[in-house]
Design a protein around this ligand. Structure first.
Ligand SMILES: Cc1cc2nc3c(=O)[nH]c(=O)nc-3n(C[C@H](O)[C@H](O)[C@H](O)COP(=O)(O)OP(=O)(O)OC[C@H]3O[C@@H](n4cnc5c(N)ncnc54)[C@H](O)[C@@H]3O)c2cc1C
Length: 337
């Protein structure tokens, strides 16, 4: 599909990127821009987000296979209007203008909104986009572990390290605890026992280990407030990370002692680090499901959103991009019957 899109479109410029330390830019006649995702060079020598990097590199490989040009580019500042409400191209932060008759944007819808200005602005579309604005409530605690945790309930390795490990209170208490945690987050408080998904990526892909053989692991914490009431993330982050590791210790005693390095991302950190509005990892909250998500087409002819905020949802599934590509091909009259 991508191959067809690139081969067929006289000029296809994409803003934003799913990951990778490189950016790709199109020159005539086939154009692509992948904006760099600022991967953190932390967590010792582990490549913490290597799987996403692999996607971006794969994408660049496919693009070059169809002779698309690629280059680094500063982020687009605006989408330039053309004649009759259609796009003419994008203006980059360095003032350079790239001409394109199709622009596909995977920056979140609120960022996209800032790119569509002046004569292109559309009040009804903007009002709709605004009504989707919600805070991110996910915290990611990336960990380098010098060994595997030993779970009290399953000390021997019976394959439990590969799938997602879910930490929850005892069954009798779980629903009450979830409600309390949810209410705490709504009130701007850090929950005592949030739901935690625990990954140990290196048990699935040992190539992610650093030279010392350390494991790349992460706690995916749902939910935390974006903004804390009466205090700040700066004041609470380290303490809360210790608290979360303490929860791990309850299930697998000694986990805290396995931690050689931590790279924790609160919702504001996610906003700063990845450039995602309000740090919402799915751009648009998953409370807006399926056809409730934002449309692929924008008020500007030739400008499309392929962001996680469109149908069907976020996550590393590529569906929003697939759907946007199909829509572009259709509008260019290039769909297969
Ligand atoms: C910390 C974290 C952990 C996650 N974990 C998982 C997981 O375990 N499993 C899963 O399936 N999903 C996970 N997700 C969600 C998943 O990564 C997203 O749903 C998915 O990346 C969305 O893809 P996207 O291309 O729509 O947007 P993104 O990957 O968010 O890319 C948008 C890009 O646009 C860029 N951008 C913003 N403004 C501009 C501009 N003006 N010009 C150019 N570029 C701009 C941003 O910097 C960003 O790189 C996670 C997300 C985060 C942040």
């Amino acid at each position: 599909m991508l191959r067809e899109a690139l081969a067929a479109a006289p000029s296809l410029a994409g803003a934003g990127g799913a990951g990778g330390d490189h950016a790709v830019r199109a020159a005539h006649p086939k154009e692509i821009i992948l904006e760099s995702l600022k991967l953190p060079p932390r967590l010792l020598n582990c490549p913490p987000l290597a799987p996403l990097d692999v996607f971006a590199r794969g994408f660049a490989k496919v693009a070059s296979a169809v002779s698309a040009n690629s280059a680094s580019a500063p982020p687009p500042l605006s989408i330039t209007p053309g004649r009759g409400g259609s796009v003419q191209g994008v203006v980059l932060a360095n003032g350079e203008e790239l001409r394109a008759r199709t622009v596909v944007v995977n920056a979140d819808p609120f960022k996209l909104q800032t790119l569509i200005t002046g004569a292109h602005a559309d009040a009804a579309w903007s009002t709709r986009v605004e009504s989707y604005r919600k805070d991110g409530t996910t915290m990611k605690v990336n960990l380098a572990l010098n060994g595997l945790p030993k779970f009290t309930c399953l000390p021997e390795d019976r394959g439990q390290y590969g799938p997602t490990i879910h930490l929850l209170p005892d069954e009798a208490d779980v629903m009450r605890s979830l409600r309390t945690s949810y209410d705490d987050v709504c009130a701007g408080k850090l929950p005592e026992f949030p739901t935690i998904e625990w990954y140990i990526h290196t048990t699935v892909d040992p190539s992610l280990k650093d030279p010392q053989g350390r494991h790349n692991s992460a706690l995916f914490v749902q939910w935390v407030p974006h903004t804390l009431a009466g205090t700040t993330w700066e004041a609470q982050k380290d303490r809360y990370v210790k608290h979360l590791l303490g929860i791990c210790d309850r299930f697998a005693p000694g986990t805290s002692a396995l931690v050689d390095d931590v790279f924790a991302l609160t919702p504001p950190d996610i906003e700063r680090h990845f450039g995602i509005t309000r740090g919402h990892i799915h751009h648009v909250d998953n409370g807006f499901g399926f056809d409730d998500r934002l449309p692929i087409a924008t008020p500007v002819g030739g400008v499309y959103s392929c962001s996680a905020g469109t149908h069907p949802a976020g996550s590393v599934i590529g569906c929003a991009g697939h759907n946007a590509a199909k829509r572009v091909l259709h509008d260019l009259g290039l769909s297969r019957a």
